[in-house]
Write a protein that binds this ligand. Structure first.
Ligand SMILES: *Cc1c(COP(=O)(O)O)cnc(C)c1O
Length: 372
């Protein structure tokens, strides 16, 4: 019998009927993109949901990073980490800036704030930390360093949709934050993203930048791009937003079940729930130390043979890539190197059943027995 396949994630979708219902208005109005009705509605809904004053919808998370970098006027060097999705660093390099790689901490895999200051030079203009796996960076320490050295802070919050920290939306920290609404993320608009900020002027600028910098019929004020979200994407967002709380709750159940199965096993390190942050249960990273017996790659392959598709997020580390030779600068990153070689993210989606999770954990623990 063919083994049931389990993928690392499954896109959140509304009912077919609910989405089709939304399409009727698009057909009737012939308004497909450029600040349509759904686009406006989704902007307002997301500002409420994410508890931020200004949100600019964009075509995807990556362009949101690039336009946020442009809107903030960054130049020179930008300090970030190599333990992230390539988009973070690509956005810096594609803007003609130099990514500077700082190590991560072993606690939650976000930027190691004790290492940031030694990476600062007179060319540094910003810090671009990542709320990796939805864990909130040490925002207070980062703010203090940024203030002291006159740096901007742009957060890559692609993993942190709906997360709050000390009772505030995570997007309220730093000069701006970027979210991704890609199909594989907790909340999706098929492809999509947004920049959030407390700064009204920045939000206005972003709204021009996403549409070629056009300010009015006869005025082009900025060298902008085409990075607009269309009505079909916004409609998907509005539908998905209606079920996002239940989807996050269901993810929470999945993560709790994994934790019950894997907690306390020798050689297994689970991501800790942060004390003052809420979780969106976006990912289930598991770190396998030498004590586990089997190594990460063996476990990955074993699961794949069983039709279970996990991911080596984030491997390879970005500071080891050939395309960054001579483009980026890197400090010593021993923690990132270790974590990158030992971590595996397991399948998580709201519909994953306890039986499926049991099957995944059983296979993982079996690897250890066989290694002995
Ligand atoms: C997904 C992701 C992005 C890019 O978002 P897209 O919407 O796919 O362009 C950027 N940074 C991180 C950390 C991501 O996971």
């Amino acid at each position: 019998m063919e083994k049931e396949k389990i993928f690392v994630t499954k896109a959140l979708l509304p009912s077919y009927e609910a989405y089709c219902e939304m399409l009727r208005d698009i057909w009737d109005s012939h308004w497909l993109t450029n600040n349509g009705k759904y686009h406006k509605e989704l902007t307002e809904r997301l500002e409420e949901y994410l508890e931020v004053p200004y949100l600019t919808l964009l075509c995807n998370g990556h362009m949101s990073l690039e336009l946020a970098i442009q809107a903030l006027g960054l130049r020179g060097e930008v300090i970030t980490t190599p333990f992230t999705f390539a988009s973070t660093t690509h956005a810096i390099a594609r803007s003609g800036l130099t990514p500077v790689f700082c190590d991560i901490n072993y606690r939650d895999y976000t930027i190691d704030v004790t290492q940031i200051e030694k990476m600062i030079t007179e060319k540094t203009t910003a810090i671009l930390p990542v709320h990796v796996y939805g864990s909130v960076c040490d925002v207070e320490a980062i703010e203090e360093i940024a203030k002291k050295h006159g740096l901007k802070v742009l957060y890559d919050a692609a993993h942190a949709f709906g997360v709050s920290y000390k009772g505030k939306g995570v997007g309220m920290y730093g000069d701006a934050s970027v979210f991704s609404f890609h199909a594989t993320k907790v909340f999706n608009t098929i492809e999509g993203g947004a920049v959030v900020t407390k700064n009204k002027e920045m939000a206005e600028k972003l709204r021009y930048l996403r549409n070629f910098g056009i300010q009015s019929e006869e005025e082009i004020a900025y060298i902008g791009a085409n990075a607009k979200m269309n009505e079909f994407q916004a409609a998907m967002g509005l539908c998905n937003l209606q079920q996002i709380n239940s989807a996050i709750r269901a993810r929470g159940q999945v993560i709790r079940h994994y934790r019950e199965r894997l907690y306390g096993q020798k050689g297994i390190v689970l991501l800790q729930q942060q004390k003052e942050a809420s979780s969106n249960y976006a990912y289930m990273p598991v770190l396998f130390t030498e004590e586990f017996g089997a190594d990460r790659d063996e476990i990955y392959s074993r699961l794949k043979e069983e039709g279970i598709y996990s991911r080596k997020y984030f491997y390879p580390l970005l500071n080891t890539l050939e395309c960054y030779k001579g483009v980026a600068r890197s400090g010593e990153t021993p923690v990132a190197e270790y974590v990158s070689r030992h971590i595996l993210t397991l399948p998580v989606d709201p519909s994953l059943t306890e039986e499926q999770i049991d099957r995944i954990c059983e296979q993982i623990l079996k690897c250890r027995m066989e290694a002995k």
